[in-house]
Design a protein around this ligand. Structure first.
Ligand SMILES: [Zn+2]
Ligand SMILES: [Zn+2]
Length: 389
């Protein structure tokens, strides 16, 4: 178990060691309102502070516990004595102290539930949400270039077709929850040092639904969901890249006994192209010319994302030269511009030569125009150096 260093309770509430009961209550109320989940939706740090303040208040507001804390510190109120092993849950805090700080949050206590733990606002009713479903989709560069519609077969939880997700055998197989009388929440009166406090929590028997199932659906055993194959059509935008995740709202698993579906998360995988290499929005092709093609110039065909293109190689083209076909790369997924097709020139040197060929080449080797000039040397060198910049 992790050791958590607890802050001093007086420090947490920012009060002196001699603070009166009224001062403690006021200080706690201030903290609880400051870190209230309605004011800090989704903020984990605020939630921790909210819990920390409640714990400090729980101890310091009780004379017995406070005197033990003053003498022995956290050890005096921890474990069995204090019961803070796991800390307070948010629900505990609202149930115990909600009345102290619920004013200003819609007046009613149930308003305090609106932003955490999946409770909908108002009725204090829990909204179920299905889990997210993650699938991988493999795309070719060509598909990425244009965007593509894909039909995916996925196995997922869908609402039970027999009971339409209710979990009950039929319409009559429901009855009003006897615990909460259909209200979805229960109100309890708790005695505290401030006198009697009325607190409201989600009904433990119907989880806030207000009704209970008397006869479960035999197909889903009362769950309201069954596993089935589903075909989902998704439109993948142009320009996506390996590892990107598209989130398609509410196409994931259905929620238990009705509610909101989870999301479908589509993870993009890129199929390796046999000839083209992707560099963000640019596409790179390595063109291997023969020595005569490079020396005499030629017209050659190069592959592109959508077919082929003819390019002209000027006489005397050096290896390492890069030709650029504008806008023949990939579009940006954000629709800002399109990349280019970069053609990197390489020159093939014959690996085997006949006796006659050797004689021809030997006779040419000494020709002055077969010697690289300084300007060509510098050009090739600067190109080479730029690779390492
Ligand atoms: Zn069912
Ligand atoms: Zn109930």
């Amino acid at each position: 178990m992790a050791t958590i260093t607890k802050r001093d309770y007086y420090e947490v509430l920012e009060i002196s060691k001699t603070a009166s009961g009224e001062e403690i209550k006021k200080a706690y109320r201030k903290k609880a309102i400051q870190y209230h989940p309605d004011k800090n939706p989704g903020d984990k740090a605020a939630e921790e502070k909210f819990k920390e303040a409640a714990e400090a208040y729980e101890v310091l507001s009780n004379e017995n516990k406070r005197s033990r804390y003053d003498q022995f510190g956290h050890a005096g109120v921890g474990g069995a004595a204090g019961g803070f092993d796991g800390g307070f849950s948010m629900e505990d805090i609202f149930a115990r102290f909600g009345d102290l700080f619920s004013e200003g949050f819609g007046g009613s206590f149930t308003g305090g539930f609106s932003n955490f733990g999946g409770f909908s606002s108002g009725a204090g009713r829990r909204v179920n949400r299905g889990s997210d479903l993650r699938v991988k989709v493999k795309l070719t560069l060509k598909e990425i270039a244009t965007g593509v519609e894909k039909k995916l077969k996925v196995k997922k939880y869908i609402a039970c077709p027999y009971c339409k997700g209710s979990g009950a055998e039929n319409e009559q197989a429901h009855s009003t929850c006897p615990t909460c009388k259909g209200r979805g929440h229960v109100t309890r009166v708790v005695n505290s040092i401030f006198g009697q406090m009325q607190t409201t929590t989600v009904c433990p028997d119907c989880q806030g639904e207000g009704k209970v199932i008397t006869k479960k659906c035999p197909h889903c055993y009362g769950e309201g969901i069954v596993k089935d194959d589903d075909i989902i059509t998704i439109n993948i935008p142009a320009g996506v890249a390996e590892g990107m995740q598209l989130s398609i709202r509410e196409k994931g698993n259905a929620a238990r006994r009705g509610g909101i579906n989870g999301d479908l998360l589509v993870v993009i995988e890129e199929e390796i192209h046999p000839e083209l290499i992707r560099d963000q929005q640019d596409i790179i092709y390595n063109l291997l010319l023969t020595f005569p093609q490079a020396a005499m110039g030629s017209t050659v065909e190069v592959p592109t994302l959508d077919g082929k293109a003819k390019i002209t190689v000027e006489p005397g083209t050096q290896p390492g030269k890069v030709l650029r076909l504008k806008n023949k790369g990939l579009p940006s997924v954000n629709r800002y511009g399109t990349g280019d097709l970069l053609i990197n020139i390489a020159v093939y040197v014959p690996e085997n030569l006949t006796k006659e060929q050797k004689e021809v080449l030997a006779s040419l080797e000494k020709e002055p125009n077969f010697q690289p000039t300084n300007s060509v040397k510098e050009k090739i060198f600067s190109k080479f150096r730029s690779i390492f910049d």
